[in-house]
Design a protein around this ligand. Structure first.
Ligand SMILES: CC(C)(COP(=O)(O)OP(=O)(O)OC[C@H]1O[C@@H](n2cnc3c(N)ncnc32)[C@H](O)[C@@H]1OP(=O)(O)O)[C@@H](O)C(=O)NCCC(=O)NCCS
Length: 440
């Protein structure tokens, strides 16, 4: 798949700014001409098979890397890469510009030389310079990013639901129509994007629901080369539609991208793997899962869902789904006052936070946050602090899914003035759990 990436400098250029690479390396911009080398580092770093024409939906103006600097002055080799997506990210009650850090890869023979550290420092500087108050990511390993000030803000659950699991009835689901067909990016990317967007905006809105905002990203989400199927069939698209409705999704109210995997050749199809399931309303969710849980020749359905997903409430026996919690979206406050003022608070809040931030000192210090459902203001203050915490833990609480009180219970937030923790924790919450339906 090709991308409509803007052109960028093709000769390596050292990057300005405070971040610097270790001796023997230099931080460089990357452009479309670096695509193969970029992919080469990524394939080696993640241990992926060589794949024909994989999509690289990066915005090259946001990509950078690290090259070796040979003593003889020759052009160096690419040793590490990263990029970011420009998200208009749902946060509690609002949307904010956020950099979605992605493709962070270091060549295996250059690892543990602080190349990732240099790239992340550089990424945070660029994010701040672009006026994006947040950086977000999904992590390959959960122990990497806390040291850079990212907090695990949107845990999700993986479920393994037995075929035939009973669902509670939802009025209106019976009049919806369903359709199952081979997924095709050209025909289906737009409708999947429309449902995904509407599902994230439903009700009070789901913080962290990162949009696949460019056509390249929307198409890349359908990528399904035979070499990556691990024995599964080609990707299927299941849609649920309201025959009477006319909207941006042409009446489509839910979708699931799925593939069944046989356990033995010619035997049972066994498991249904859900790449993404999203529904705009409860009846559509009920209709979608009614089909997914009753496919012939299958025994279980595996999916990754928000911790409060409709399925978990519609199942008669939610325990049978064997939910397992894991991290999904990590949040890093890059511009603390802009980030805290840019979200909404479902209850009034008036609190002074004492924040530490080893990597971005501009965030450190005492901040007075006054806000509520209509908006918020954040100012520097010399007043007595109520709560003390690191920017990592503020990032964890930022999307409203991880309580400040829970973090205090773990010793990560300190209540300096008794009685201030509970109201602040309530105000930082949100009615829907934050989540993101895809890994970027
Ligand atoms: C993970 C990866 C990017 C780290 O790159 P790196 O250049 O080796 O990292 P650095 O040398 O800058 O390490 C910085 C710190 O992170 C730690 N760290 C690095 N990788 C880690 C990992 N996988 N798990 C735990 N800690 C890790 C280092 O030990 C170091 O710790 P310290 O600050 O306490 O000394 C690299 O190993 C890689 O490309 N891995 C495979 C692909 C991948 O997982 N990418 C991340 C995608 S989300």
């Amino acid at each position: 798949m090709s991308t409509d990436a803007p052109t960028a400098p093709t000769t390596p250029q050292p990057l300005p700014g405070g971040a610097s690479a270790p001796d023997g390396y230099q931080l460089v911009t990357l452009g479309p001409d670096d695509r193969d080398a970029y992919l080469g580092v990524d394939v080696l770093a993640f241990g992926q098979p060589d794949l024909e024409d994989p999509p690289v939906p990066v915005d090259w103006s946001r990509a950078a890397g690290v090259r070796t600097t040979p003593a003889d002055g020759a052009a160096g080799e690419l040793a590490a890469v990263h990029a970011s997506y420009p998200f208009d990210l749902p946060v509690p009650g609002a949307r904010l510009p956020a950099a979605g850090l992605t493709w962070l890869s270091v060549h295996p023979l250059h690892r543990r030389r602080r190349l990732a550290s240099a790239m992340i420092a550089h990424h945070l500087q660029r994010t701040a310079a672009r006026g994006e108050p947040l950086s977000v990511l999904t992590a390959s390993e959960a122990s990497i990013y806390g040291r850079f000030g990212y907090g695990s803000a949107a845990p999700v659950v993986t479920v393994t639901v037995p075929r035939g699991a009973a669902l509670r009835p939802v009025p209106g689901s019976e009049r919806l129509t369903t359709r199952l067909e081979r997924a095709d990016a050209t025909r289906h990317a737009a409708v999947v994007h429309a449902v995904h967007t509407a599902a994230g905006a439903a009700g009070p809105g789901r913080p962290g629901w990162a949009p696949r905002s460019t056509p390249a990203l929307q198409e890349a989400f359908f990528w399904d080369p035979p070499g990556e199927r691990h024995g599964a069939e080609a990707l299927l698209l299941l849609t649920v539609s309201d025959p009477g409705a006319e909207d941006a999704g042409h009446g489509t109210r839910a979708h699931a991208l799925v593939a069944r995997t046989p356990t033995t050749v010619g035997g049972d199809l066994d498991r249904v793997r859900v790449r993404e399931a999203a529904a705009v309303d409860p009846a559509a969710a009920r209709a979608l899962w009614g089909v997914l849980l009753d496919l012939d020749l299958t025994t279980v359905v595996e999916a990754r869902l928000p911790v409060d997903d409709a399925l978990l409430h519609q199942l008669v026996d939610a325990r049978s789904a064997r939910p397992v919690v894991r991290d999904q979206v990590w949040v890093r406050l890059v511009d603390l006052p802009a980030a805290l003022a840019g979200r909404r608070y479902p209850a009034p809040v008036d609190v002074v936070l004492e924040v530490t931030d080893a990597l971005l000192p501009a965030n450190a210090g005492r901040w007075h946050l006054v806000g509520g459902p209509q908006g918020a203001q954040v100012t520097r203050t010399g007043s007595e602090a109520h709560l003390a915490l690191d920017v990592r833990d503020l990032g964890a609480a930022y999307l409203g899914g991880v309580g400040l009180a829970a973090l205090a219970g773990a010793g990560l937030v300190r209540e300096l003035v008794p009685g201030t923790l509970a109201p602040a924790s309530t105000a930082f919450g949100w009615p829907l759990a934050p989540a993101c339906s895809w890994t970027f």
